[in-house]
Design a protein. Structure first.
Length: 87
């Protein structure tokens, strides 16, 4: 079970959020938790994509500076992301 967090919302924002939660079949708590989780996951995915791009762009420089591959057996290219609907 997660930790409890309290937030303050303007009355109009709270009413709109409750309406959206209801339309999704969620409690206000569930709706807010889903929004936060989606934002965190999106940020994590963006960071990982940026890191992969950076590493790919500077592979030659890293190898020249550090020498041989320190992680033999790993693929030279990052794996392609699976489609969202694949599980």
């Amino acid at each position: 079970m997660g930790k409890q967090t309290n937030i303050r919302l303007d009355e109009a924002v709270k009413a709109a959020a409750e309406d959206r939660a209801k339309r999704r079949g969620l409690s206000l708590q569930g709706y807010v938790a889903d929004l936060i989780e989606a934002d965190v996951n999106q940020s994590r995915a963006a960071f990982m994509a940026g890191a992969a791009t950076f590493l790919a762009a500077y592979t030659e420089e890293f190898e020249a500076e550090l020498g041989e591959d320190r992680y033999p057996g790993l693929p030279d290219k990052p794996a392609e992301a699976a489609p969202k609907d694949a599980a």
